[in-house]
Ligand binder design. Structure first.
Ligand SMILES: Cc1cc2nc3c(=O)[nH]c(=O)nc-3n(C[C@H](O)[C@H](O)[C@H](O)COP(=O)(O)OP(=O)(O)OC[C@H]3O[C@@H](n4cnc5c(N)ncnc54)[C@H](O)[C@@H]3O)c2cc1C
Length: 483
């Protein structure tokens, strides 16, 4: 198994350059229909408005921008608050060595063979290395995304955060803040929020953990200094894939012991995302009625994500690792031995707690949603499931329009949110895996792109009608019948 990058050979640069040429040739061959169709719009301050502002330059934002480009929606800007290369989890809080997805899943390439991860990997490391590869090293995935972004010439601006959205006439007015402190206002006809796992809320910790001083606790998505955990007793609360990744990091950093407290009777090893990776589900779950959509997604998200064998092995190879199942957290108290963690399966001591407990929806916690957070319809506003299918946490997910736009809880209060489209894990309750999952991208990004272009086309319909009536380009030259 070769899950670590190899030394590059001298031909790598040339092979990658040839691949870039191939991608561009492939895209040129399928560029039909290539005619421009969107007219520039002037905003109230005289500037040219964007057709689409995409927020988030990680895989969901990049694939959306690429899809729009293929549809000749070129007046697009992509921003990300992170520096280039540090977008998303891959080089920040992701602590697994490899992706969890099988290596042959395609995604941001949107079905262009030369743009796939595999093509990039073969160009970079050779065919044999690809053949021998088991899973994709996560840094390689991050490098591939940068290559894909550069090769398709997606216009990204890093270190720019979206701080608020409000209406101005028929446009959306977005307040941006650059890392260097510069404020900027841009206008856009549509905004896509590809803002990641916590796009509609906050990373969540049980109150018992949140109440601890910072030097004794962290969320799995925090920047954790694992070297500090050397010779310490560490407790991990939660048993999802990220919880195990954090346990492994602590063990590899020579923690004295790592105890993983799992609320369920057995940790979740089934990965429901594998079951649903077929075109029918990915494409059409969103076409079903609320009852079916809720039933499927409640089941999937209620199970949470299973983890692969490698993740488990990385922990269990250490004798000082222990999983305690059926252990719900009751209380945490300070003691002379450190933290006394009381659970339904007994008491445990630890010096440090890592909470692998996911995110919680809280629209008002996100500055970019602030102006309309109170009027975003949730699933519990729109659908009442049968008693045996209730789920309070999942009911707090946004209930999205078929075009991924937010829906108003009270119609008429913020009608402009119909031009703000969400493409993140929080779209999952409405449509199944969305931008957030590699497995869904080739199917779902085209749906999003089609929805965005549908809105842009529909809003311009009168201009298209006038343009057709004014169209006077002859295809042939007739002889003058009077001669
Ligand atoms: C640890 C971990 C491992 C995963 N492994 C896999 C896997 O193997 N396979 C799989 O299919 N999925 C996996 N996922 C799920 C998913 O694929 C990833 O979370 C992926 O990164 C989602 O991409 P994204 O573009 O939707 O969001 P993100 O990668 O989270 O990117 C969102 C971007 O938006 C930017 N942003 C947010 N708010 C603003 C703002 N207001 N202004 C400007 N920029 C903003 C952020 O800086 C960030 O770069 C994993 C997730 C995690 C957390």
């Amino acid at each position: 198994m070769q899950d670590r990058p190899l030394e590059l050979d001298g031909d790598t640069h040339a092979r990658l350059q040839r691949l870039v040429v191939r991608v561009r040739q492939d895209l040129a061959l399928i560029s039909h229909p290539s005619m421009e169709w969107l007219k520039p719009r002037t905003a109230s301050d005289g500037s040219q408005a964007l057709d689409v502002l995409i927020v988030g330059a990680e895989q969901s934002g990049l694939a959306t921008a690429f899809g729009l480009k293929r549809w000749r929606v070129d007046n697009v800007r992509v921003i990300d608050k992170a520096p280039r290369g540090l977008e998303g989890p891959w080089r920040t809080y992701a602590r697994m060595r490899t992706l969890r997805s099988p290596k042959d899943y395609t995604g941001p390439d949107l079905d262009i063979p030369s743009l796939t991860y595999q093509s990039w990997h073969v160009a970079k490391y050779g065919q044999q290395h690809w053949n021998d590869l088991h899973l994709i090293p996560r840094e390689n995935w991050a490098d591939y995304l940068l290559w894909m972004r550069d090769t398709t010439e997606i216009p990204v601006q890093n270190e720019v955060a979206l701080n608020s959205i409000e209406p101005e006439g028929e446009m959306l007015k977005a307040q941006l803040l650059h890392t260097n402190g510069q404020a900027e206002t841009v206008f856009a006809r549509k905004i896509v929020l590809a803002t990641g796992q916590d796009s509609t809320g906050v990373w969540w910790m049980p109150p018992e953990i949140a109440a601890l001083p910072r030097h004794q606790r962290a969320h799995a998505a925090d920047d954790i200094d694992f070297a500090e955990l050397r010779d310490k007793d560490v407790a991990i609360v939660g048993a999802g894939a990220s919880a195990f990744d954090n346990a492994a990091e602590a063990l590899e950093a020579n923690a004295r012991s790592v105890t993983l407290l799992c609320r369920r009777e057995t940790p979740q090893v089934i990965q429901p995302y594998r079951w649903l990776t077929f075109r029918g589900f990915l494409a059409h779950l969103g076409d079903l009625d609320d009852a079916w959509r809720w039933r499927f997604m409640r089941h999937m998200l209620g199970l949470r994500e299973g983890f692969p064998q490698e993740t488990l092995d990385r922990c269990t190879r250490h004798d000082n690792f222990k999983i305690v199942s059926g252990a719900s957290l009751k209380e945490i108290n300070q003691s002379s031995n450190g933290l006394e963690i009381e659970t339904t399966k007994g008491n445990y001591t630890a010096d440090f707690v890592i909470s692998g407990t996911g995110m919680e929806n809280d629209f008002s916690a996100r500055p970019e949603l602030g102006r309309f957070a109170g009027n975003i319809a949730t699933w519990s506003d729109c659908y009442q499931p049968p008693d045996d299918e209730r789920h309070e946490r999942l009911g707090r997910f946004p209930y999205l329009n078929p075009d991924f736009a937010f829906v108003e809880e009270v119609p008429g209060q913020t009608p402009w949110i119909s031009n703000t489209h969400l493409f993140s894990i929080s779209s999952t309750m409405s449509f199944g895996p969305s931008g957030s999952s590699i497995n869904a991208m080739t199917t779902v990004v085209p749906k999003l792109v089609s929805s965005l272009t549908k809105g842009l086309f529909r809003d311009d319909v009168e201009e298209h009608w006038e343009s057709l009536r004014a169209y006077d380009v002859p295809q042939a030259k007739l002889d003058d019948p009077n001669e």
